[in-house]
Design a protein around this ligand. Structure first.
Ligand SMILES: Nc1ncnc2c1ncn2[C@@H]1O[C@H](COP(=O)(O)OP(=O)(O)OP(=O)(O)O)[C@@H](O)[C@H]1O
Length: 331
């Protein structure tokens, strides 16, 4: 069952050249307990999408959607206060540079204990404090930190990036969210620490049934536990579907290009059959009309000035007038 259901979400922001749709009719579904990876180059709108889900929205942005549902809640129909209550209870996010989100003036222990909900704990102040300390230690173990005493007494500047990220994960899961948004959580980390963090996230998802929206620029960061992937370009959805299917048989030229520049290319299709992209991602002020990939797309033709609708191919959906594979309209 889909726990998050986004259909045709658009976000329009004002720029010096007038309003620009930074997210353009984007759809994304996330099932309960599933890891879904959202892939796109810098500036493609991944973080804005995360903000729209969490409700961290600048009131000046114009947000429209056919559907923006979280569980049984129509998020766009809720008041700000209702929305804050639901997202605060059900969702959490971790970021690229955990060090910058931790308070430099408090110890790890103080910050972790503060993130543990205490309102429903039984007993007096003293027994509650003990329970919170126990839960803090449990959380440290869950994220794979064994020497919890030393780390709980440390200040953020004393931690390596990997340990800081584990702490931010512990803080994020302290209230047992149902959705974790991980925005490029391992960028700039050593490969060994990267895989530790990914393994940890996969374990948490499998153990707690927590859904994870994993955000990355890079197809090589897609972990085997990620059931589905979605590729976005300049705020438009290019292709989405089960990870294996999309990797094996990309339909949208953007997916093909991303694959040909990633390590996966050698395991999927011969490089020569996949296109690569020339040129650079356009600026906000110069968004192409229709399919925004058009100016960089090897398959682009006249029709691409009209935005293609989402079509299905086997279990994928893609938006393209001239896909890499001949797609029968009955697929
Ligand atoms: N507060 C804002 N005001 C104006 N433009 C913004 C704002 N936030 C983001 N943008 C623009 O919206 C587009 C999408 O930004 P976003 O941060 O979502 O991209 P991203 O895919 O997360 O990129 P990165 O991988 O570099 O973080 C960018 O062109 C960015 O400049």
């Amino acid at each position: 069952m889909n726990i998050l259901d986004i259909r045709n979400l658009s976000i329009e922001i004002e720029t010096s050249n007038g309003p620009v749709r930074v997210i353009d009719k984007l759809s994304l579904q996330l099932a309960e307990g599933e890891i879904h990876t959202l892939i796109g180059e810098s500036g493609s709108g991944k973080s804005l999408l995360a903000k729209a889900i969490l409700g961290f929205i600048n009131p000046r942005w114009k947000i429209t959607a056919d559907r923006l549902w979280w569980r049984q809640y129509d998020l766009l129909a809720l008041s700000r206060a209702q929305r804050r209550q639901i997202t605060g209870r059900d969702m959490a996010m971790i970021f690229q540079n955990p060090g910058t989100y931790l308070d430099p003036n408090s110890t790890v222990g103080e910050q972790l204990r503060e993130s543990i909900p205490s309102h429903d704990l039984p007993g007096n102040i003293l027994t509650r404090r003990k329970q919170i300390q126990k839960r803090a230690e449990e959380l440290m173990h869950r994220v794979g930190i064994k020497d919890h005493d030393a780390i709980l007494e440390s200040y953020p500047f004393e931690l390596s990036d990997g340990v800081a990220q584990k702490i931010s994960i512990a803080m994020a899961i302290a209230h047992r969210p149902k959705l974790l948004i991980a925005d490029e959580p391992t960028t700039a980390m050593e490969p060994n620490m990267r895989s530790q963090i990914y393994r940890l996230l996969a374990k948490l998802s499998a153990g707690d049934g927590m859904s994870i929206l994993m955000i990355t620029q890079d197809l090589t960061a897609v972990i085997p536990e990620s059931k589905r992937i979605s590729l976005v370009y300049c705020g438009q959805l290019m292709e989405t579907g089960p990870t294996e299917d999309v990797m094996r048989e990309p339909v949208q030229p953007y997916t093909g290009a991303m694959l040909s520049t990633s390590l996966f290319s050698s395991e999927t299709k011969p490089k020569s059959r996949l296109p690569t992209l020339t040129g650079a991602i356009p600026t906000l002020q110069h968004m192409p009309i229709g399919c925004r990939l058009g100016p960089r797309c090897p398959n682009a033709r006249r029709a691409c000035i009209e935005q293609p609708p989402l079509r299905s191919y086997k279990k994928h959906e893609f938006a393209c007038h001239y896909p890499l594979i001949e797609v029968d309209s009955h697929d």
